[in-house]
Design a protein around this ligand. Structure first.
Ligand code: F6R
Length: 590
């Protein structure tokens, strides 16, 4: 995880680095630090906690320098502390490194360096990089970096500067994301595009095994052997405003309210291009993903099996990677990932590709590793998602999966009409935000929640529970309602709110029976159903309505009130909605 940034150019480095770090804070916020080259010396400042702590500690200090690097950390090796905050340096403080990812053989390297007399100042794996670069330096930073990367194992990206060559930043990518931004008389390095958007829209994503050598005048790219590589410049269409809060209290709320627009954008994006992938051509489909993207995959499974009649398995990427799933020629792997950088998803799909399967990536970030490494890509057009809890990227993932599932059907035109209605229906749900706030008021103090659904709304129960636990820290479980009687029903008493999704679909009657089971054990039913459903209203202590739609489209609707409910509860509890504890937006560690 972690966010890294580098700058070299005509301007002052410090404000550029701090601004970029703020936009990367979603990647981790245990500690932050910067290094600026000032009068041929490295100036370092690090703080435990969020970027604002670092900014505070820099107030009143005059740090002038036109080259520097910065870091925001999500701890992997070593507790969150100032000592372990990046940048890390060599013993003479001539080289400074910021790093994202894990150097797997760091213990061995550390012992080796310690035997040579090197004294370590932190518990991090990163520090070995700084010492190795210092050791390998013979007057050329790039050469020293190339020598160093040959010793490192793992998945990482790092940036390095040295007081011996002010004006130069070298960046390395091997498994973790890193992009270069090209400016006029200035150049940038960053873990993600929003970091550098205020300065440039010209971006060059690095591939694994590549190094970028930046000066204010230009950027050169090499492979790990030092051979120049040819790169294409990508023009980013997002603007800075779309990556900011736009009047909402939190990014998450803004992103929830953006859903009608971005679902529409994703439909248009899908329709603007002939689909390369015909799901009917595969004997089996595997969907690999993590977290919320995994839940989108579960819904996708129902759609693909219903419309395409090809068997689908949905597997957590972290389980796929070390399992023995038979995968090979004739299989299609759909790798779903908002960021396109989630380590487990990335490594699992390259493993599947090596074994002969075709890989279709469904990502939000154009130019991300998964986008570049897969055989085919489909995009969600959700724009940048900053809130750590995924919302608009989930509904756009569903939108694209649905379109993919129906794209080769005879009644495609008819089915398409249904999804074209979805943005308007989501808008209608969002107009009911006040009602959801009221429900949140009533239930904010409860310690446990159950979320129940069946069929297409079972994954939505899982997603609703995930949203609540990750931002409000309230224990919540999603369950297939029909499974309740096999155990979890024992949990139900008069202190258990049970969010029950019961829309008019093929399992509606079954859901009503499951709700009866909850009621007869005194559970508190919060019904999520069709707005005109008087039966469900009567059974529910509180009721949240969604409009009528085609049965198969309900998951894109029912999840929206659940996102809002989780948001409102976390907001009422005064929690840090956009940056919940222990989490990071992009998980680039296994
Ligand atoms: C939950 C959430 C995470 C991500 C997961 C996968 O709100 O955001 O569970 O869904 O880390 O991330 P991507 O989709 O970037 O692979």
């Amino acid at each position: 995880m972690c966010g890294i940034v580098g700058y070299t150019g005509k301007g002052e480095a410090l404000p550029v680095l701090l601004g970029a770090l703020e936009r990367l804070e979603y990647r981790g916020y245990d500690s932050a630090g910067v290094c600026v080259i000032e009068n041929k010396k490295l100036f370092l400042e690090k703080k435990k906690g969020k970027i604002r702590e670092l900014v505070r500690s820099l107030l009143g200090k005059k740090i002038l320098g036109k080259t520097g690097i910065g870091h925001t950390r999500w701890a992997t090796h070593g507790e969150p502390s100032e000592r372990n905050a990046h940048p890390h340096t060599d013993e003479r403080e001539e080289f400074a490194v910021v790093h994202n990812g894990i150097v797997e053989n760091f213990l061995q390297l550390r012992e080796e360096l310690q035997k040579e007399g090197v004294k370590f100042k932190s518990d991090t794996d990163t520090e070995v990089i700084a010492h190795l670069i210092a050791k390998n330096y013979e007057g050329d930073l790039l050469e020293a970096v190339l020598k160093t990367v040959k010793r490192l194992r793992g998945a990482f990206a790092f940036a390095v500067v040295t007081s011996k060559e002010p004006g130069r930043v070298v960046g390395v990518k091997e498994g973790s994301p890193l992009i270069v931004g090209l400016g006029e008389g200035e150049n940038f390095l960053a873990s993600d595009i929003p970091a550098i958007l205020p300065y440039t829209k010209k971006v060059v994503p690095l591939n694994d095994g590549e190094v970028a050598d930046l000066t204010p005048e230009g950027v050169s790219f090499y492979d790990f052997e030092g051979n120049p590589t040819k790169k294409e410049v990508m023009l980013v269409s997002w603007d800075v405003v779309s990556a900011q809060k736009g009047g909402f209290k939190h990014f998450m709320l803004k992103e929830i309210y953006e859903q009608p627009k971005v679902i529409g954008d994703s439909i248009r994006g899908f329709l603007s291009k002939e689909t390369e992938v015909d799901l009917r051509n595969y004997r089996r489909i595997l969907i690999i993903a993590c977290g919320t993207s995994y839940h989108a995959g579960l819904v996708g499974k129902y759609w693909i099996e219903r419309f395409v009649r090809v068997p689908v398995e949905v597997i957590y990427a972290s389980e796929f990677r070390y399992g023995d799933y038979p995968v090979g020629e004739g299989d299609l792997v759909i790798a779903i990932s908002q960021s396109g950088e989630t380590a487990d998803t990335k490594f699992s799909s390259s493993m599947a590709k090596e074994r002969g399967a075709k890989v279709l990536a469904l990502v939000n970030v154009v130019g991300s590793s998964l986008d570049r490494e897969s055989d085919f890509t489909l995009y969600t057009h959700a724009g940048p998602e900053v809130g750590v809890a995924a919302t608009k990227t989930f509904t756009t993932q569903l939108t694209v999966l649905y379109l993919l599932a129906i794209s080769h059907l005879k009644d495609y035109e008819e089915l398409l009409k249904g999804i074209l209605e979805v943005p308007r229906l989501v808008e209608k749900i969002l107009n009911n935000g006040e009602k959801i706030k009221e429900v949140a008021q009533k239930y904010q103090k409860f310690k446990n929640f159950l979320y129940l659904g069946r069929y297409l709304n079972y994954p939505i129960a899982l997603e609703g529970a995930l949203k609540l636990k990750e931002i409000s820290y309230i224990h919540a479980e999603g369950y297939p309602a029909g499974e309740m009687k096999h155990g979890p029903i024992a949990l139900i008493d008069d202190k258990m709110p049970v969010v029950s999704i019961a829309v008019k679909d093929r399992v509606y009657e079954k859901m009503l029976s499951n709700i009866e089971e909850v009621l007869s054990r005194k559970g508190i039913v919060i019904g999520v159903g069709n707005e005109d459903d008087e039966v469900l209203k009567k059974k529910s202590k509180d009721f949240i309505g969604v409009p009528r739609a085609r049965e198969e489209l309900y998951p894109i609707l029912t999840v929206v009130p659940l996102q809002l409910l989780a948001y409102e509860i976390a907001n009422l509890l005064g929690l840090d909605v956009d940056q919940p504890r222990n989490l990071a937006k992009t998980v680039t560690v296994e």
